[in-house]
Design a protein around this ligand. Structure first.
Ligand code: AKB
Length: 320
């Protein structure tokens, strides 16, 4: 068995995926890599670390050869809000990076995991219970790169027989690494601000419904998909994935069950609101359930309880 390479390992997902993969397969079988030389408080967990800029094919190739890699979790990408402000960089990193990763994977026969997103949908997509196979005409640069990434991964599978698989991830909620420049970031910020200040000023409208998921479920989904029997997969890039559809108002109500004096107000950011309005309210993940047995473990109540427990023990309240 070869090793696993994780790109973007220092980011929001990588910070939890790398330790989970190391726990499952052994520390030295998982190579963390990132454009950042090292995270502020050291590598994500003990084990090999490589500096890899995914826009340089030689750096990816070097890491794959050096560590005898047979599977790549390619996480390095710009999120939706930041991609709107830097569309050229977003194209170069999200598409250029993936293209180079796929070329290296083709040369060395590696399997590739791709995180797509609910952002791969657009305003003409059915917004409720969005089907697995439906209209995908995103109106953001992020969405354009995500739908193109899905197509490119499917192409490498069909044309070259590469084992490419992906998930359309919802907004991910975690107490480990913060997200950087996404539209769903409010659902993470709200917990930190609730614990510290009992107050949060939300950049999305109170009734904006979007799919969300607690990070442990998302990490498990990635690993389960990559371990799934290929013969059962009708779809590949990428599966709809759902756990809970929430609005800021609903999330605030749930937090208030634990912190009754929590207050939310709204200072809507038109740029991020426009992105959120172009995405589905809730997706249908039947294909994931049927083809590889996906089932979420955390609903809104369970996730909120755990987030507040963990952050409550780590952060000092400064509200009084
Ligand atoms: C973002 O908001 O950009 C991401 C996503 C849902 O893809 N969290």
């Amino acid at each position: 068995m070869g090793r696993i390479l994780v790109t973007g390992a220092v980011g929001q997902i990588g910070s939890e995926l790398v330790p989970a993969l190391r726990e499952r397969y052994g520390s030295d079988r998982v190579v963390a890599s990132d454009i950042r030389v090292e995270p502020p408080d050291g590598p994500p967990s003990r084990g090999p670390f490589e500096h890899v800029d995914c826009t340089h094919i030689r750096e990816i190739d070097h890491a794959v050869r050096r560590h005898d890699v047979d599977t790549i979790y390619h996480l390095a990408a710009l999120l939706s809000a930041v991609a709107e402000t830097k569309p050229r960089v977003a194209w170069e990193v999200n598409m250029g990076g993936l293209y180079r990763v796929l070329e290296v994977a083709r040369a060395h026969g590696c399997a590739v995991f791709l995180p797509s997103s609910i952002g791969a949908f657009g305003p003409s997509t059915p917004a409720l219970h969005t089907p697995q196979d439906t209209i995908q005409r995103p109106t953001t640069m992020y969405g354009v790169t995500k739908v193109s990434s899905e197509l490119l991964c499917d192409y490498y599978h069909l044309k070259f027989g590469l084992d490419t698989r992906g998930l359309r991830l919802p907004g991910l909620i975690s107490h480990v690494a913060p997200p950087g420049g996404g539209t769903t970031d409010y659902a993470v910020e709200i917990f930190y601000q609730a614990v510290r200040y009992r107050h949060y000023s939300c950049f999305l409208r109170r009734d904006t419904a979007l799919d969300m998921m607690y990070m442990p479920d998302a990490i498990r989904a990635m690993i389960e998909l990559m371990e799934a029997d290929a013969a059962r997969l009708v779809h590949r890039n990428a599966f709809n994935l759902a756990a809970m559809s929430v609005t800021p108002e609903r999330l605030a109500d749930e937090i208030r069950r634990h912190l009754p004096d929590f207050v939310i107000d709204y200072a809507v950011d038109p740029a991020r609101q426009a992105i959120a309005d172009s995405w589905p309210d809730s997706v249908d993940d039947t294909a994931a359930r049927e083809e590889w047995g996906w089932k979420p473990r955390y609903d809104l109540a369970a996730m909120t309880t755990e987030m507040l427990q963990v952050l409550g023990s780590r952060l000092r309240p400064v509200h009084h």
